[in-house]
Design a protein around this ligand. Structure first.
Ligand code: PLP
Length: 406
């Protein structure tokens, strides 16, 4: 029987939590603590406990968290930041917003995270070391840091990234917007691996607010104080402005909602992992599908993305067939960041990233949200198998085949 499986839905989660959430929102309304105050403070405390960091500074979004982190680390005009081309735009747009340049380093073919060997190769080929700074040869611009993104909920390889950062005196900002609760292959929790880590609480994230929200975590007191100031107009005390800052505060209602939802994040992540396990088991023997590969850490599957490695079944056709059977899908990402004009203004810094660019043509995200029932996940798998059968796909790309419609 045809089922309707939306790509994402919060309806069931809300139904399960409605009474409690309505109560905590009512508490905020009655206390009138809309900005700052005990709801925000207690969320920050709980979040720093959860991430095992000494400071959690909430703000208005993941995008703002990245901006605040870059500003706190004192990024300068024309600085270069090494980062991944396979991400949501914010991990690069915030670099550009501060007059600096993202240089894109291609991704690993299995995890889709930034490829560490390619960072090393790029540094060896394109830089020289002068007065304790790494300088890009053609432009003379300094490289100041690295922004890895924990794509789809899996931590990047921080052990190796840290070695590079230490060797060349670079900072690291972790874009952990998709990886709350994830653990890297060294057993370290997302949020602890960098000078500053950045989280998003956009409603569809593993921990989602009822609006926008974000957070920076750090173990560095100086950086924490700077972020606190930067998110609040640059002021130290009420009318004592000592630097440029923005208004980026998490509000009381979002903080109260997140505080309540944080109690469930590990269960929700476990459920996502168990859904991913079903997908892995059921889809691994379909020739044209590359299932996600995990490193030794704990992947929290913000997205479960398959790679359709067939040149006889186009992704659009695949999406169409699944839609006909009631299944929603999505594409992350339809473009690599190397393909977005305003992020790549200085042509001397252009670095080809064919793996990321090709992946944008074949990647497809399947439904993965904690309230999905196992039989619904199995339905998705059986529909995928039906499509595979319908198109009689045997080979994994490369060889041209004719489509046989049954
Ligand atoms: C990897 C990544 N970085 C940054 C962001 C930006 O977060 P926000 O939407 O809260 O600004 C997102 C969220 O979409 C993201 O997925």
């Amino acid at each position: 029987m045809k089922k309707n499986i939306p790509f994402f839905s919060l309806q069931r989660q809300y139904e399960n939590m409605k009474e409690k959430l309505n109560l905590v929102i009512k508490d905020v309304l009655e206390s009138q603590k809309f900005i700052g105050g005990n709801f925000v403070e207690s969320f920050e405390k709980k979040f720093s406990c959860y991430t095992k960091t000494t400071h959690a500074i909430s703000c208005n979004s993941g995008t703002n968290a990245l901006w605040l982190a870059l500003k706190a680390l004192d990024i300068k005009q024309n600085d270069i930041v090494l980062t991944t081309p396979f991400s949501f735009i914010s991990s690069s747009s915030e670099i550009v917003s501060l007059g600096a340049h993202p240089v894109f380093v291609d991704i690993d073919t299995k995890t889709f995270n930034i490829d560490i060997a390619k960072i090393e190769t790029w540094i060896e080929k394109n830089t020289l070391y002068k007065e304790n700074r790494l300088i890009e040869k053609r432009t003379g611009h300094p490289i100041s840091g690295i922004i890895p993104v924990d794509i789809f909920g899996q931590c990047a390889d921080y052990k190796k990234i840290k070695l590079i950062a230490e060797k060349y005196n670079l900072w690291i900002i972790q874009d952990s917007c998709q990886s709350i609760g994830a653990v890297d292959s060294q057993g370290k929790k997302a949020g602890t691996q960098a000078n500053i880590s950045c989280f998003s609480f956009y409603p569809t994230k593993n921990l989602g607010a009822f609006g926008d929200g974000g957070c920076c975590t750090t173990n560095n007191q100086f950086l924490a104080e700077k972020i606190i100031q930067l998110r609040n107009h640059g002021r130290k005390t009420h009318y004592n402005y000592t630097m440029y800052g923005i208004n980026s505060r998490l509000d009381g209602i979002q903080a109260a909602v997140l505080n309540e939802k944080l109690n469930f994040i590990d269960d929700w992540n476990d459920k996502r992992r168990s859904i991913a396990k079903i997908y892995n088991e059921k889809l691994s023997n379909i020739d044209f599908i590359q299932i996600p590969e995990s490193n030794n850490g704990k992947h929290v599957f913000h997205q479960y993305c398959i790679n359709i490695k067939s040149n006889c079944l186009q992704r659009d056709e695949f999406i169409y067939q699944l839609n006909k059977m009631g299944i929603g899908t999505n594409i992350y990402y339809p473009k690599a960041l190397t393909q977005i004009e305003f992020l790549n203004k200085d042509k001397r810094l252009k670095n080809n990233c064919p793996i990321a660019q090709n992946l944008t043509q074949t990647i497809l995200a399947l439904p993965i949200w904690p309230e999905l029932k196992n039989e619904e996940v199995e339905y998705v798998c059986s529909c995928i198998k039906k499509v595979a059968k319908k198109f009689k796909i045997k080979q994994t790309g490369i060889k041209k085949e004719t489509i046989i419609r049954l």
